[in-house]
Design a protein around this ligand. Structure first.
Ligand code: NAG
Ligand code: NAG
Ligand code: NAG
Ligand code: NAG
Length: 262
């Protein structure tokens, strides 16, 4: 029997939970159950069943007239003798079965459905931050802090203490935008020594025209400043090719491009 994903019980005929004469089960494992909207609970004659006595059933009830009938299951004393008790990471609110993923609530912190002693703020393969008593993973773009400092203070790539790769505005990113489609133009940025992305100078990405004659791409450079050197010219040509390909004029063309300050 597995009801581990049951969230809510609604009755069909006055009884919403009936566990009767099940000799094979030692725990109910209803770890997702948060509410019993209406109807009674009847748990009886289950000779091996433990943990049931730790649950405050009234707390799960929503209607005023619900009743709980529990009798002739394994005694709590015998269960305790066999160490069939709630995990130490569970709060006093009880549990549905053995282990830290069967708790009604956690004594310290939770990671998903499992109760844990603490969040991985400073150690562990996956670093976390604590939102109240919940441990939440840091974004993949955050750089692990190997000293005694936090990897992130919140969710997403904008709450990293340090970026794994580059920083674009508030966000940590894999790479600076290189030809990202903006509102009215393509966005090109280059990385400074501190790994922050900066927009390429407008002269780098604008101030020229391109046209196509037959299969030849023609750049009209006359509007560019005299500061144009090999580097910026190289960028400009590749930017132009990029836009050319982006407009699906050459689908299979291979190229690369880079940006620098003019
Ligand atoms: C069970 O929960 C109800 C409702 O929250 C509360 O009034 C009652 O005192 C609790 N019983 C125990 C034994 O904790
Ligand atoms: C903390 O958790 C609450 C409830 O799940 C959520 O609304 C809030 O956005 C979270 N805050 C952070 C910083 O993750
Ligand atoms: C950008 O271009 C304008 C006009 O084409 C020119 O006046 C200006 O000096 C250029 N800026 C740089 C930094 O080259
Ligand atoms: C190109 O010119 C800019 C300034 O106009 C300069 O900073 C840059 O170093 C030059 N690049 C090369 C390769 O000469």
């Amino acid at each position: 029997m597995s009801f581990s994903h049951l969230h809510l019980l609604c009755p069909l005929s006055g009884i919403s939970l009936l566990v009767l004469k099940q000799q094979g089960i030692s725990s109910l494992q209803l770890q997702s159950l948060r509410e019993i909207s209406a109807g009674n609970v009847h748990i009886a004659e289950n000779s091996q069943l433990c943990y049931y006595s730790t649950v405050n059933w009234t707390r799960l009830f929503r209607a005023g007239n619900q009743k709980v009938l529990i009798r002739n299951n394994r005694s709590p004393q015998e269960c305790a003798k066999e160490h069939m008790v709630c995990d130490t990471l569970c709060s006093d609110a009880g549990c549905w079965g053995p282990g830290p993923d069967q708790c009604m609530s956690c004594r310290y912190f939770s990671r998903g459905r499992t109760c844990v002693y603490s969040c991985n703020l400073y150690e562990g393969d996956i670093r976390e931050y604590a939102n109240g008593s919940m441990c939440v993973e840091c974004d993949a773009q955050c750089e692990w802090a190997d000293d005694d400092s936090l990897t992130c203070q919140g969710p997403g790539p904008e709450h990293c203490a340090k970026c794994l790769h580059f920083k674009d505005g508030p966000n940590c990113v894999e790479k600076c935008p290189d030809g990202l489609q903006g509102a009215n133009s393509f966005i090109f940025k280059y990385a400074e020594v501190n790994n922050e992305c900066h927009p390429c100078h407008a002269n780098c990405t604008q101030g020229y025209e391109q046209s196509v004659r037959g299969h030849i791409l023609v750049l009209h450079l006359n509007s560019l400043s005299s500061a144009l050197n090999e580097t910026s010219l190289f960028f400009l040509i590749h930017l132009s090719l990029f836009q050319f390909v982006h407009n699906k004029q050459y689908a299979d063309m291979l190229f690369f491009y880079f940006c620098s300050r003019i």
